[in-house]
Design a protein around this ligand. Structure first.
Ligand SMILES: *[C@@H]1O[C@H](CO)[C@@H](O)[C@H](O)[C@H]1NC(C)=O
Ligand SMILES: *[C@@H]1O[C@H](CO)[C@@H](O)[C@H](O)[C@H]1NC(C)=O
Ligand SMILES: *[C@@H]1O[C@H](CO)[C@@H](O)[C@H](O)[C@H]1NC(C)=O
Ligand SMILES: *[C@@H]1O[C@H](CO)[C@@H](O)[C@H](O)[C@H]1NC(C)=O
Ligand SMILES: *[C@@H]1O[C@H](CO)[C@@H](O)[C@H](O)[C@H]1NC(C)=O
Ligand SMILES: *[C@@H]1O[C@H](CO)[C@@H](O)[C@H](O)[C@H]1NC(C)=O
Ligand SMILES: *[C@@H]1O[C@H](CO)[C@@H](O)[C@H](O)[C@H]1NC(C)=O
Ligand SMILES: *[C@@H]1O[C@H](CO)[C@@H](O)[C@H](O)[C@H]1NC(C)=O
Length: 776
């Protein structure tokens, strides 16, 4: 897979995106082959040895050695007689056995391994796996301009590089990531330097992040090999992004595009990493050139932002609790820390006087009081990557986080947000999805795990497809043990009024698990990245997504981000309109942006245990009910509820509504939909089947299907604007005239081995009377 948006293979930029093909969606850059089979194995087969209840290190080690010599410590020069703890760890290996090629999620073995799948824990006394203590004695009153004396300063100090080969030998995850980074660096090596092109978000952010991704990999491999060809290749990329390469790179001034300051910041981070990680090999002349370019196009404009912002490009520094603030302050901070002491302009020291306080007041508030990211679940990646890079660099360079970790007392909950937003197949990706990822990953989870002592975050992330990159080599604490799912509640509800969403599932380790996530929350205050989507839900089961999201519109559309007021142009685009969501439409109108829904919910509190083989008890359930009356203009009352039935094998979605306008229930699906009768439909997707049924159907209620396009009678789009096409998506709908209804839709995934008689038909219970036992 490529590191751009692994979670969404449609381009948010449509045909303007170089990686977008109208027929196949995202296409990988030429060098990256798209996997063909759905069930593709990792290159290195790694088996989790199944020995229920009897994990004897010696036994495991000897079994392992019969299996595969390439996945163990034996190839990496580990001590001849590895300890039994090392042998046992290497024998267990990587938990997942494969990655699903469609959704890029880990496939876990069906096993019980009580020793390995234990409670998430750090075991710092386990010295064979532990990082050494930082030998540098920071001053007791740390200052962001009083830095460690050795290099590197950013994220990966020398003592960690020195310890890394030994730790790689003792840890199968580090070993895999190291191999992958080498492989990726080798791929990038043979590519021409990143070509300048304007991407789909008014800038050159893709360029900046691709340069940063490459430089991280090149510098990593250099430091692990001492082979200067990697330094030369880094220099080529640096020269190119400075406009000194063999092909032109942007305009003659403002090359890093300060008008879209994210670009400026990501280039600054890239140059900072190159400067710092390769400090000892650059000549003085090269260092001076890097500093010159970094100051000219990056840090100088950064200082201007903080000293009056004469060009007005610094709006992100003024009250923006979102990814822009984290990425911009983060990039400026990495660039500044890298050159501080060598910088003769004063920019680096000046910026360190601004960025940290600004990020504490803004970026750090990206997660709300329940951990939900202010923008969307996909923008969480950008925001937390910026925050984690900045905080980690300050800790390694200056010995302190300067309040970035605790300025928001609930920041540590944002890892929970990510885990619960991640369904068995993909993210609950409501709202905009953001630009291509490149250097952005979910590895902030690994950093936060250590900083907040939340080992489950690192255990969750280490199995993901985007885990392998240089940051995780240094953020990962290999003394970790256990399984993230052990003891993890299946459900979580995010209560803060601005967010209000719920996540319910049947297993943490089964790609086939059932998963429902649903939201209410406010329709403003999300940096104009949300949709008008109160009541919107996604549904996973049987290894695929049945009810899904359409994602971003075209970021270059007229006034796409301009306003989130009721009459905003943004709300004219189908993917942002209420009709483009999996919710109820009344009078064919958008929801009321001033909605203040109220939610109730409950859960049986079921948590998964040690085993990956998990079946919820038959009375295990959860529900979420949102009073959405305030989200509509033409209802006197409306509540939407969703609940799990029959031991989490079925889902009931119920709308109790009294509407003065026509009611239209809508759901977007990639499935092929066959309407069997007025009240039943059969959906097929990825070789699986899901049946939908309208229960206690109000007179006239019947399933219909249509295309995911704007409805006749919608207000016109601005001249020259168009909606993104939604190829392959079908809208399942139920239309009713104004009136009072309880509209109940039952979802029955056709689980293998389950007979028709094994499915339940719930009785009709008003949402106001729902409880954990109301449908028994
Ligand atoms: C990095 O290498 C891995 C393993 O070969 C591959 O799956 C992934 O697509 C590569 N990433 C990039 C960005 O090329
Ligand atoms: C890192 O991976 C490369 C490529 O697979 C390998 O040659 C090298 O030995 C690995 N480093 C360590 C310390 O294992
Ligand atoms: C690279 O050079 C450094 C400094 O001389 C040395 O400590 C390290 O062992 C070398 N690494 C390799 C892989 O040769
Ligand atoms: C790029 O060229 C300019 C003009 O010669 C020079 O001042 C600058 O230092 C160069 N930057 C890099 C990174 O080579
Ligand atoms: C998101 O951040 C903005 C500040 O940029 C804030 O005004 C708004 O209330 C936040 N949204 C939520 C849902 O908390
Ligand atoms: C977050 O921090 C609070 C306060 O220290 C703590 O009570 C809570 O358990 C933490 N939550 C997680 C998920 O680590
Ligand atoms: C359709 O599949 C694509 C690719 O997996 C996904 O991004 C999109 O969200 C899906 N759409 C729906 C409506 O489920
Ligand atoms: C929305 O309404 C405001 C206030 O009446 C007006 O200034 C603005 O131009 C309107 N915007 C659009 C896109 O119609």
């Amino acid at each position: 897979m490529a590191s751009y948006n692994a979670l969404d293979n449609r381009s948010p930029y449509g045909s303007g995106d170089p990686y977008y093909s109208a027929s196949t969606g995202y296409i990988a850059p030429a060098n990256v082959k798209k996997p063909l089979s759905k069930w593709i194995k990792f290159g290195i087969p790694v088996a989790v040895v199944v020995v229920a209840g009897a994990v004897v290190a010696g036994v495991l080690a000897s079994r392992h050695s019969n299996k595969s010599s390439s996945s163990s410590s034996s190839s990496t020069g580990s001590p001849a007689a590895a300890s039994s703890a090392v042998s046992a760890k290497n024998a267990v290996g990587i938990f997942p056995t494969a990655t699903d090629s469609e959704f890029m999620v880990p496939i876990y073995p069906s096993t019980t391994n009580a020793a390995a799948f234990s409670t998430p824990t750090y075991n710092p006394s386990n010295t064979e796996f532990a990082w050494p203590k930082d030998p540098f004695a920071f001053p007791s009153n740390p200052s962001p301009t009083s830095l460690r004396s050795d290099r590197p300063r950013l994220i990966a100090p020398k003592y960690k590089w020195d310890a890394l080969p030994g730790l790689i030998a003792n840890d199968p995850y580090l070993k895999r990531w190291n191999d992958t980074i080498f492989g990726n660096a080798t791929t990038y090596f043979s590519l021409p330097p990143v070509q300048y092109h304007l991407d789909g978000a008014s800038g050159i952010l893709d360029n900046a992040r691709e340069v940063k991704m490459r430089i991280k990999a090149f510098a990593y491999v250099y430091r692990m090999t001492n082979d200067t060809k990697w330094v030369d290749r880094t220099w080529q990329e640096i020269q190119n992004a400075a406009g000194n390469g063999t092909t032109s790179f942007g305009p003659s001034t403002d090359k890093w595009n300060t008008v879209h300051f994210l670009d400026t910041a990501e280039f600054s981070a890239a140059f900072g990493i190159a400067y710092d990680w390769l400090y000892d090999v650059w000549s003085d002349e090269e260092k001076s050139q890097i500093r010159f370019t970094l100051n000219l196009y990056g840090l100088g404009p950064g200082v201007s932002v903080y000293q009056g912002d004469p060009s007005g490009v610094g709006w992100w520094s003024k009250g923006v609790y979102g990814n822009w603030n984290c990425v911009c302050n983060g990039g400026l901070t990495l660039g500044s820390l890298a050159i501080l002491g060598d910088d003769t302009t004063g920019n680096a020291a000046a910026l360190l006087g601004y960025t940290i306080n600004n990020a504490k007041q803004n970026c750090a508030l990206g997660p709300s009081q329940d951990g939900t990211w202010n923008e969307t679940a996909n923008y969480w990646y950008f925001g937390t990557t910026g925050h984690a890079e900045m905080t980690s660099s300050l800790i390694t360079a200056a010995g302190d986080d300067f309040g970035l970790l605790n300025a928001n007392p609930n920041f540590n909950l944002t890892g929970l947000y990510h885990m619960y937003a991640f369904g068995p197949t993909s993210l609950f990706n409501y709202g905009d999805h953001g630009p291509n990822k490149f250097s952005t990953t979910a590895n902030s989870m690994t950093f936060y795990a250590s900083q907040y002592n939340a080992p489950q975050y690192a255990l969750f992330q280490r199995d993901q497809a985007d885990a392998a990159e240089p940051w995780s080599m240094f953020w990962y604490d290999p003394t970790i043990s256990g399984a993230f799912w052990n003891g993890a509640p299946l459900d979580h509800f995010f209560d803060y009024a601005g967010d209000q969403w719920g996540s319910m599932r049947s297993s943490w380790t089964d790609i086939n698990a059932l998963y429902v996530a649903i939201k209410a929350g406010s329709l403003q205050g999300h940096q104009t990245h949300n949709d008008l989507d109160c009541g919107d839900f996604v549904l996973d089961a049987l290894g695929t997504r049945w009810a899904g999201e359409l994602g971003s519109g075209d970021y270059l559309s007229l006034d796409y981000f301009k306003s989130d007021a009721q009459n905003a142009t943004r709300w004219l685009y189908y993917r942002k309109r209420t009709e483009g969501q999996n919710t109820v439409l009344v009078n064919q109108a958008n929801q009321d942006v001033s909605a203040q829904p109220k939610i109730t919910h409950d859960t049986s509190g079921t948590a998964q245990g040690s085993s990956t083989v998990f079946k919820a008890p038959s009375d295990s359930t959860a529900y979420f009910v949102a009073d959405l009356t305030s989200a509509y203009f033409d209802v006197t009352s409306f509540s939407r509820g969703v609940r799990l039935l029959n031991g989490r094998q079925q889902v009931l979605l119920q709308d109790d509504i009294n509407a003065q306008g026509a009611v239209m229930w809508r759901m977007h699906t990639n499935a092929t939909v066959h309407v069997d009768s007025a009240t039943s439909a059969t959906l097929t997707l990825d070789g699986q089947t899901l049946k939908m049924e309208i229960l206690n159907a109000p007179s006239g209620a019947q399933f219909a299907t249509g295309d995911a396009v704007r409805l006749n009678g919608d207000p016109a789009l601005p001249a020259g604007q168009s909606d993104q096409p939604n190829p392959g998506v079908t809208v399942v709908s139920i239309s009713l005239p104004a009136g009072q209804y309880s509209l109940q839709v039952l979802f029955n995934p056709q689980w293998p081995g389950l007979q028709t008689s094994d499915y339940v038909t719930p009785s009709s219970v008003p949402l106001s009377s729902w409880s954990l036992t109301s449908h028994n």
